[in-house]
Design a protein around this ligand. Structure first.
Ligand code: NAD
Ligand code: DAU
Length: 332
């Protein structure tokens, strides 16, 4: 099989490409990635060059996308602007990539007659006080990020309904693991703890996230790509729900630091208090999370400890400027 993986130089996309090439020794993968601040060619280092082709480009580029999609058996779309805080500060690129880019890929999948798997998020359902969202829960996104992801999801459904495109959606909870950009909570806390820098905790720190180790998510994606029913949505939730303060405290323990590094800062605007997914549908395909938070967070902290060559370059340049804009005033 030859797969087109868009956004394959990002955190989850590159983990998926790695797992796919390792588990299917005859498969080939073409990665299309714009290499925004979040895309990193180093994420794909060490993978078999004879079975992996990298194309630098934009999913909004109709001509480039049509050519690449027509030459593949299926498309898995990870390409997105993915950080909620950046969507609050500057939403434009989110609407462009997450909505228009998805539309461009769907047109190409329709014209070429190939399967399109959309990688989406639990955030499209909004927040839930008790219980868990199922695939039939209504969409109620809160941030410009989640609204643009919901827009992409609705286009997937529309292309299925109108043209019968062979499309499906997976909606995942919060992923963590190696190679996640340090703008996100877990890598930010690990790296700040290792450097003994202050750790910004939004609001009361009681917000709950449903943590999913990235390798578990990648296995779910393969199952859905191969055995999923066209037109269906598949939720993929992690095995553990934890308030942010507990996540931060555990990382501080693992890095040998204490709570004195924590700074309670002004809350994120419109901050969703809790996400939770019911994953029975993907479990019926044979999926089960294998890595609980206790193991996954130890492996993740260890990976960041062992790989300063990966994160060193990321902590300067664009990230420093972003960090200053996002936290400079809050941290004082
Ligand atoms: P990421 O920000 O690490 O990576 C996104 C990748 O997309 C980068 O390589 C970037 O260069 C690329 N990209 C951005 N705009 C592009 C464009 N116009 N054309 C081509 N490439 C472009 O994101 P991630 O955390 O790996 O998330 C991947 C996908 O999974 C996203 O669709 C996200 O919405 C979804 N998701 C993420 C999580 C999570 O916890 N990280 C959870 C659920 C769903
Ligand atoms: O739920 C799935 C989503 O998870 C994905 O769709 C998104 O792409 C991904 O970024 C993630 O969104 P979150 O907003 O949940 O992740 P983030 O790591 O930004 O924040 C996790 C929690 O930690 C959230 O409640 C906000 C809080 N937080 C975050 C940062 C960056 C802090 O308290 N301080 C921080 O500095």
């Amino acid at each position: 099989m030859k797969l087109l993986v868009t956004g394959g130089a990002g955190f989850i996309g590159s983990s998926y490409v790695r797992n796919r090439l390792e588990s299917r020794p005859t498969d080939r993968v073409v990665v299309l990635d714009k290499l925004t601040y979040a895309g990193n060619p180093a994420n794909l280092e060490g993978l078999p060059e004879d079975r992996l082709e990298f194309v630098e480009g934009d999913i909004c580029d109709r001509e480039a996308v049509a050519g690449l999609v027509a030459d593949c058996d299926a498309v898995v779309n990870f390409a997105a602007e993915s950080h909620v805080d950046r969507s609050i500060a500057e939403p434009d690129a989110f609407i462009q990539t997450d909505v228009f880019g998805t539309f461009v890929l769907l047109e190409a999948a329709r014209d070429a007659g190939v399967r399109h798997l959309q990688i989406s998020t639990d955030e499209v359902y909004g927040s839930i006080a008790e219980g868990s969202f199922t695939e039939s829960s209504p969409l109620d996104p809160s941030s410009p990020y989640s609204a643009s992801k919901a827009g992409g999801d609705l286009l997937v459904s529309a292309f299925r309904h109108t043209w019968g495109v062979d499309s499906l959606i997976v909606r995942a909870s919060n992923n963590y693991g190696p190679r996640q950009h340090p703008e996100k909570l877990i890598p930010l806390v690990i790296l700040n703890a290792l450097h003994e820098d202050a750790i910004p905790l939004y609001g009361d720190g009681r917000q709950v996230r449903n943590w999913l180790f990235v390798e578990d998510f990648c296995r779910a994606i393969d199952l859905v790509l191969e055995d999923g029913e066209a037109g269906k949505v598949y939720n993929v939730g992690g095995p553990d729900e934890l308030p942010n303060i507990d996540v931060v405290s555990r990382i501080l323990e693992l890095t040998g630091r204490d709570d004195s590094l924590i700074r309670r800062v002004e809350d994120r605007l419109g901050h969703d208090p809790r996400y939770s997914l019911a994953s029975e549908r993907v479990e019926a395909l044979g999926w089960k999370a294998q890595v609980g938070f206790a193991e996954g967070i130890e492996r993740t902290v260890e990976w960041y400890r062992q790989n300063p060559g990966w994160w060193g370059p990321l902590r300067s340049g664009e990230y420093r400027e972003y960090y200053e804009r996002q936290y400079g005033r809050k941290l004082g």
